[in-house]
Design a protein around this ligand. Sequence first.
Ligand code: HEC
Length: 162
Amino acid sequence: MITTNSKLIFAIILSIFMVSNSYAQDGETLFKQNCASCHKTNTKKLVGPGLQGVREEAGEDWVIKWTRSSKELIESGDARAIKVYADFNKTAMPPQNLKDEEIIAVFDYIDTKAVVIKAPTDNEEIILDSSLKGGSSDILSWIYGISAIIVFGLFGFIMKKA
Ligand code: HEC
């Protein structure tokens, strides 16, 4: 027997799933709308450099600052910013009006696209890993895991009461 109460609980839990899911998709949409015209998610150049691995290398703070205003970062004397700017013939990247979380979502999306191929060792082992690397996709799996435990727990509880 399904009570109104349990329906409500399911609706809440379902919406939690949908919110966390739409956040993950957001990164893809944001990337396609704002960055894809100039950047690839791998290491190949387009108008600007491929963005794979840039966050790992430069740090999250750096990529957030850069994306908002590369000009400010260059003018602050940041060595990496000056070098990237010079490497790309001083074509300035237009500032992107995005929130911290949106920029993080974009780089999370880039990480999901990254295919890391380890140099072949003696036994020619090739590992494709994109999900194994840290970042907030780990946190998402935790959210899913914990929500699943809550769902089952609540369900058991409701069944007992019914
Ligand atoms: C109109 C083209 C254009 C768009 C759109 C654009 N970029 Fe860029 N980006 C560049 C260029 C060109 C560079 C190389 C540096 C320079 O010339 O200023 C660059 C460099 C970068 C770098 C530094 C890379 C490194 O190796 O340090 C990051 C990070 C970056 N862009 C992120 C983004 C993100 C995220 C977006 C979307 C929200 C975006 N860019 C949108 C043109 C663009």
